[in-house]
Ligand binder design. Structure first.
Ligand SMILES: [Zn+2]
Length: 132
């Protein structure tokens, strides 16, 4: 399977297996739940496993000549690295999140490849002025 077919094949597979949560209300609630589960899996990595920690403070923007250079100096606030187990758990939760995002797209008749293309075009247009 080519890389450019992965998204289309995934969206088709989701439409084939999604029977129980085909209602837009089920899609929305499962999508929201999956977002919370991704966040919780990251938090549990810090509070249960401890392989990473978070040391956050006010962001300081360096005096650089360009916004492009600025991104090289920004801190994620993460210290340490994910252990193999935590990496696997978070990947599984992100996968479920992608499933429900795709289900939402299917229910509203969006083509995921089109959305990726539109967003890529928007990012390319805005470039480093996209500060969100
Ligand atoms: Zn861990």
């Amino acid at each position: 399977m080519k890389d450019d077919e992965v998204v289309g094949n995934f969206q088709e597979l989701v439409s084939e297996v999604l029977i129980r949560h085909s209602s837009i209300l089920d899609c929305l609630s499962k999508y929201q739940e999956s977002t919370a589960r991704v966040n919780r899996s990251v938090i549990k990595t810090v509070t249960d496993c401890g392989c990473i920690s978070i040391n956050a403070n006010k962001k300081e923007y360096p005096n650089t000549e360009s916004l492009k250079d600025c991104s090289k100096h920004m801190d994620s606030h993460i210290k340490g690295e994910l252990c193999e187990n935590c990496r696997e758990v978070i990947a599984e939760e992100i996968g479920k999140h992608l499933f429900y995002l795709t289900a939402l797209c299917n229910t509203l008749d969006y083509d995921l490849k089109d959305l990726f293309g539109l967003e890529q075009k928007r990012i390319n247009t805005l470039g480093h002025f996209l500060l969100s």
